[in-house]
Design a protein around this ligand. Structure first.
Ligand SMILES: Nc1ncnc2c1ncn2[C@@H]1O[C@H](COP(=O)(O)OP(=O)(O)OP(=O)(O)O)[C@@H](O)[C@H]1O
Ligand SMILES: [Mg+2]
Length: 277
């Protein structure tokens, strides 16, 4: 069992094994009124890795994601992405970097009145400077890349299944050819087969496009199947960040309940049997 030495921030152990950091969060504090969500949180994400971010509901996973992409101004601390603290840049400089993020939000956030194709084309028109025709042409390619059939483009989000909506949101996140993909609970609400297909898609995209993936998830199968490292949010900071075997063996009540409970053991067993195939 791995024990946590709180005097020695475990987040710092990651540096030796990791590719050069593309995201560096240092001393992050986020507070809403008197409610402190993050307190001196540190986290680095290596270029090209799939980092899984887990933690109990309300531990601040989505707030952390929003802080990194610049939608949530931190109370204190710094966030560097691509070696830059984006909050120090002018709006136009900042948007050049922000274009390199693709975000799939926890609540989907597709425009319900637009077709799927129009949803994906929108960022290409607004930020990519394309004409409508060019944007729709490229949007159709992104939909195919995300595993949607061509006819899905003409439908509105309400006409699609939950899994297809996730794929459409992924296509929109990929519209501007991002370097970093942020996914907030992408497989929530999908059946296990749909979820594992989505996992494979994320892995394929990372391998084919060299993306870095910041993946917030509760899905243990996803953690075992595709994540290079797992960061556990607890007690307002990153309690541990390491490979899954190290995390699962960490001496912490929440981690033990989560990874060694029936679902955690089943996911671990399934991952082991897949490796043997
Ligand atoms: N804009 C905001 N104003 C006030 N409180 C907020 C705001 N955004 C988030 N919070 C609070 O911050 C805490 C962390 O929220 P967050 O959405 O990051 O949790 P989470 O870890 O993503 O949870 P879940 O697993 O349920 O998605 C919650 O208590 C939430 O109510
Ligand atoms: Mg959340």
């Amino acid at each position: 069992m791995v024990t946590i030495d709180s005097a020695n921030n475990p987040a710092s152990h990651q540096a030796q094994k990791m590719a050069p950091a593309i995201i560096e969060v240092r001393g992050l504090v986020n507070r809403f009124g008197k409610h402190t969500i993050h307190d001196q949180l540190d986290l680095s994400v290596g270029q090209g890795e799939i980092l899984g971010v887990v933690g109990g509901s309300g531990t601040g996973k989505s707030v952390l994601l929003r802080s990194i992409v610049g939608l949530q101004a931190p109370t204190a601390g710094s966030v560097q992405v691509f070696g830059q603290d984006l909050s120090l840049l002018s709006a136009s400089q900042r948007s050049r970097y922000e274009r390199r993020f693709g975000v799939l939000f926890q609540r989907g956030a597709l425009f319900s009145s637009l077709t799927v194709l129009e949803n994906v084309a929108l960022p290409l028109i607004e930020y990519g400077g394309m004409t409508r025709a060019e944007a729709q042409h490229l949007a159709a390619i992104k939909l195919a890349l995300s595993g949607l059939p061509p006819e899905a483009g003409a439908k509105t989000p309400a006409q699609l299944s939950g899994g297809m909506v996730k794929r459409a949101a992924l296509a929109r996140a990929l519209a501007l050819d991002p370097d970093i993909l942020f996914l907030d609970e992408p497989t929530a609400g999908l059946d296990p087969i749909g979820a594992s297909a989505f996992d494979r898609l994320i892995m394929t995209l990372r391998d084919a496009l060299g993306l870095t993936v910041f993946l917030v998830t509760h899905d243990l199968d996803t953690l075992y199947a595709i994540c290079d490292r797992i960061a556990v949010l607890s007690a307002k900071r990153v309690l541990v960040v390491a490979d899954i075997a190290t995390v699962a063996a960490t001496d912490d009540p929440w981690i033990q309940d989560y990874f060694q409970g029936p679902r955690g053991r089943a996911a671990s067993k399934a991952a082991l049997s897949l490796q043997k195939e």
